[in-house]
Design a protein around this ligand. Structure first.
Ligand code: ATP
Ligand code: MG
Ligand code: MG
Length: 368
């Protein structure tokens, strides 16, 4: 049997394993710094990284996998580099090192000729103030490392707001970005296999709440052909320039002047959960196929799908349940705003789907 080890034990690892096991692939999981492992229990061996004093011992405890992958951005790259002595690691640790640091990621995007919002690096509150003087308001201050779901970042609309952060922002590496007046946020996910086959999913349109993804709609109906083509060409260029292997997600702002790339995620992505039932092959299965060099599956979608995140809720009202085509609960302990699961709605018609998704959100979050 073929075995894949995944670094990380969250819901993305869970869905990769659930999608990979029907292909006859076995999984094992690396837990880092005492992370909770509830999502992957029962799906394969779970190994705690700190229990081993050598990478070789860890590799053996994982059952000598033929390939290792990661489910999240903030993985210990040095650990992956050590494990690379024993089997290939995809995406490659170099790609992970670039995408886990916002400044390096932006520089890599610029090097590939991909448009991004104007930005400046800054290492202190004073440098941030100078950067905003030159970029203007609104601006986004983002720490280079350890930011996700809008954490470790601040939007500032005026000097007063900036002033109120003088004690909050500690010396560290930041990227200051000009605020983009976007029409909508979209994302694109593709996979590239070891032999260079590339498959790209239709665009998704994304809606956030307090910096966290709440709703994705795909295929993004409103996207023009030009937007589609630009997004596909950027993602294909990155996949090939980096000789990238696995799933790569690209978050973009659609503006009146065209597309700007916001950030990348070197993995399967929350805005691609709609593919689990909404596309011929899920992003999770295609990621597994890509890293094992199996032929990639079709990424086509035959009707619109809405993915609603269940944030800090793990029950879906009956009225919503009836119309859902899929409800996936990750089996995590309930915490406010935590991603507990997601659900899918489908319709033949994007306008109807949009309405249905809004109604479902109102019911789930009782804001109607
Ligand atoms: P994720 O959970 O997607 O990894 P993150 O913490 O890495 O999030 P970003 O994706 O950079 O953060 O930003 C979160 C959200 O904040 C974006 O989806 C967008 O809505 C808004 N945002 C970020 N940067 C800008 C910008 N330059 N202009 C306008 N809005 C922005
Ligand atoms: Mg991010
Ligand atoms: Mg983001």
């Amino acid at each position: 049997t073929r075995r894949v080890a995944i670094v990380g034990c969250g819901q993305l690892a869970q869905m990769m394993a659930r999608e990979g096991r029907p292909l006859g692939i076995e999984f094992s999981f690396v837990a880092e710094h005492g992370e909770s492992t509830g999502c992957v229990e029962g799906l394969g061996e779970i190994v705690h990284a700190e229990a081993f004093d050598s990478a070789e011992a860890l590799y053996q405890a994982l059952g000598n996998p033929e390939v290792i992958t990661a489910e999240r951005e903030q993985v210990q790259v040095p650990l992956l580099r050590e494990l690379e002595q024993f089997c290939p690691v995809f995406p490659r640790p170099d790609a992970l090192a670039d995408t886990q640091h916002r400044l390096r990621e932006k520089q890599a995007l610029v090097e590939s000729g991909i448009p991004v919002a104007p930005f400046l690096p800054a290492n202190s509150y004073e440098e941030i103030c100078r950067a905003i003087e030159s970029l203007g308001y609104p601006a986004f201050i983002k720490s280079c490392e350890n930011g996700y779901d809008g954490k470790n970042q601040w939007r500032v609309d005026n000097p007063e707001q900036l002033g109120s952060l003088s004690e909050v922002i500690k010396p560290d590496a930041y990227v200051v970005e000009k605020g983009v007046n976007f029409i909508r946020e979209i994302s694109l996910i593709g996979a590239r296999s070891r032999s260079g086959e590339v498959k790209i999913y239709p665009l998704a349109e994304n809606h956030h709440q307090d910096g966290t993804l709440l709703l994705s709609l795909a295929p993004a109906a409103a996207a023009s052909d030009e937007t589609m083509r630009a997004a596909e060409s950027y993602l294909t260029k990155l996949l090939n320039d980096w000789d990238y292997v696995g799933a790569l997600a690209m978050e973009c702002f659609a503006t009146d002047e065209g597309l700007l790339v916001n950030e990348l995620a070197p993995r399967v992505h929350n805005s691609g959960h709609w593919t689990l039932g909404g596309a011929a092959t899920s992003q999770f299965e295609n990621h597994v196929r890509a890293i094992l060099d199996l032929p990639l599956g079709s990424t086509s979608a035959d009707r619109p799908t809405a993915m609603i995140n269940l944030l800090g809720v793990d029950v879906v009202p009956d009225a919503v349940k009836q119309s859902a085509t899929n409800i996936t609960l990750y089996g995590k302990t309930l915490k406010p705003r935590r991603k507990m699961g997601h659900m899918l709605l489908q319709s033949e018609d994007m306008a109807k789907l949009r309405d249905a998704a809004q109604k479902a959100i109102d019911l789930i979050y009782q804001t109607a």
